[in-house]
Design a protein around this ligand. Sequence first.
Ligand SMILES: [Fe+2]
Ligand SMILES: [Fe+2]
Length: 243
Amino acid sequence: MDTRVDEIAERIYRLSTFLPGVGPSGLTFNQFLVDAEEPLLFHCGQRALYPAVSRAAARIMDLRRLRWVAFSHIEADECGALGEWLAVAPQATAAHGAIGCAIWLNDQAPRPPRALADGEVVDLGGRRVRRLDTPHVPHCWDAGLLYEETTGTLFTSDLFTHAGDPPAVTQGDLVGPAVAAEQAFHFTGVTPATGATIRRLAALRPRALAVMHGSSFAGDGGAVLGSLADFYDDLLRKGTPSI
Ligand SMILES: [Fe+2]
Ligand SMILES: [Fe+2]
């Protein structure tokens, strides 16, 4: 198993592991390392991926420097290896939304987590991340995203998931492959709030989208988020297909 490293925005690194056996054409599992005075990892990866992902991360920095470990929601690919990361980085703190801390981290994390309020900014020293609560988007009650204000990078978690092993960064069509994956996997819990939640993200006008499964995106992030919101509104109007 090999984890590739690409710098997708200045000092923001994508750690990507392709698992060919997931779904009909394989799927990438991507973590993002924000290099700053207080480095932050977004997504932990599954525990089985930890040896490869941590080896890749160690090519960028001494892992003992890590100060923050954050993720979108409670699932194995988002936070399965949380314990391993906190063990290798004794100064690191898990940071998550208030709901996620209440329903899981306060009980299960090896050390007390930091509960971030909706809209709260953490100054990493050279980079600033804003927590955005996005309950049930893409899925799970505790879901939230981070927006790095200095580079204009939105960490989208499972939003824009697309299959295969595409390039690290694309400036091309992100919505088409994401719609195809949604229609194949039905991973988003579509509610009347889905479109509005995604439009709130679009209003940030991100210049880069750090996508958990598939290519990251460089360009007009507001436009592609708006298109994705339109797709989910349409899906809700027509009725989601039975699974
Ligand atoms: Fe997920
Ligand atoms: Fe995921």
